[in-house]
Write a protein that binds this ligand. Structure first.
Ligand code: 5GP
Length: 117
C-alpha cells in the first residue's frame, strides 16, 4: 500500500494535530493515545514514511523495528510500568484492528490487561 501523507500520524509528526508527547528522538515519537484502552496507553511511531503495516516489513527493516521495540520497552519503564508489566502491540490490517496506515506500536499498562481477545 502506498504511504498516505495525510494519515493522522503523519499529521501528528508535522504538528498539524496536537499530541501529548511523552518521548521523542531522531527515529521515533511517542504520545498518549486519544482513546486510551488502559490507564497508560501510548503509541510509538517511527518518523518519516515507514511501511504502512507489519505486513510490509522485510528483513532489511529488522534493525529499526528492533530499536522500536527497545524504545517502547524503555518508555514503558519510564512510565513506571516495568514492575507490574505491560503489553506491546503491533496491529496489522482490518482483522488486526489497525486504523492508521503508518506502522506503530501500542504500549498498554497500568492495570491487569487479562488474556488477549
Ligand atoms: P490502530 O488502531 O491503527 O492500531 O491504532 C491507532 C490509534 O491511534 C488508536 O488507538 C487511536 O485511538 C489513536 N488515534 C487516532 N487518532 C488520534 C489522534 O488524533 N491523536 C492521538 N493521540 N491518537 C489518535
Amino acid at each position: 500500500m502506498p504511504y498516505d501523507p495525510g494519515n493522522v500520524f503523519a499529521r501528528i509528526l508535522r504538528d498539524e494535530i496536537p499530541s501529548d508527547r511523552v518521548y521523542e528522538d531522531d527515529e521515533v515519537v511517542a504520545f498518549r493515545d486519544i482513546a486510551p484502552h488502559a490507564p497508560t496507553h501510548i503509541v510509538v511511531i517511527p518518523r518519516g514514511e515507514p511501511p504502512t503495516s507489519p505486513a510490509e516489513l522485510d528483513d532489511a527493516d529488522a534493525p529499526w523495528v528492533g530499536r522500536l521495540v527497545v524504545r517502547a520497552s524503555r518508555i514503558a519503564a519510564e512510565q513506571g510500568l516495568a514492575h507490574d508489566g505491560y503489553r506491546l502491540i503491533l496491529n496489522c490490517g482490518a482483522h488486526g484492528g489497525q486504523t492508521v496506515p503508518h506502522l506503530h506500536m501500542h504500549i498498554l499498562g497500568g492495570r491487569p490487561l487479562g488474556p488477549l481477545g
